[in-house]
Design a protein around this ligand. Structure first.
Ligand SMILES: *[C@@H]1O[C@H](CO)[C@@H](O)[C@H](O)[C@H]1NC(C)=O
Length: 169
């Protein structure tokens, strides 16, 4: 059914962009309530997205100052940072948000951050982020590992691995 609609919209519109709204509707269906605001008086959609994906102990970073603050805090508490660099329009990025929230509760010794690359373009380009999502693992401000792509299994594996390697050093 969906395929038919997609095919139709391609042939009718002849443009890729016609897929975008469809794609996000599909995602919402797949993801259930994750990103759909439940309150009737939703003022700004993107606001609700942000609130939802910053679940658990995930901190949302929207300014350079906040990023630096968190870096300093992590250094002080010798916490490893797991930072999600992505964009709110990136479908695969959103899919991992509930897992990211859960992991942040499971691993309180790590600091989980979410950075919207559109909010912080300079930071993102200084870190050489070319694809979303990119997960950065930072220790004392240094990059110790990274994961490019919305790969659930890899993310699940990387986190304990990073913790282990930190213990050893
Ligand atoms: C990462 O951040 C983006 C927005 O910046 C968000 O849409 C996405 O859900 C986040 N992903 C995870 C795994 O938290």
């Amino acid at each position: 059914m969906l395929l038919i609609i997609i095919t139709l919209s391609i042939s009718v519109q002849g443009t890729y962009y016609s897929l975008l709204p469809l794609q996000s509707i599909t995602l919402r269906i797949i993801m259930g309530n994750c990103c759909v605001s439940k309150s009737g008086d939703d003022d700004e959609d993107s606001y609700h997205h942000k609130v939802n994906f910053a679940s658990g102990n995930v901190h949302l970073i929207t300014t350079q100052e906040r990023w630096e603050e968190k870096l300093a805090e992590a250094k002080r508490d010798s916490k490893i940072i797991v930072a999600n660099f992505s964009a709110s329009w990136c479908g695969p990025c959103r899919m991992l948000a509930p897992l990211f929230g859960e992991l942040s509760e499971k691993y309180p010794t790590l600091m989980f951050l979410t950075v919207d690359v559109d909010d912080l373009p300079e930071l993102s380009s200084s870190l050489d982020i070319r694809a979303t999502p990119t997960f950065f693992f930072l220790k004392d401000g240094q990059l110790i590992d990274k994961l490019v792509g919305a790969n659930k299994l890899e993310l699940l594996k990387k986190i304990p691995a990073v913790l282990d390697s930190a213990k050893q050093s």
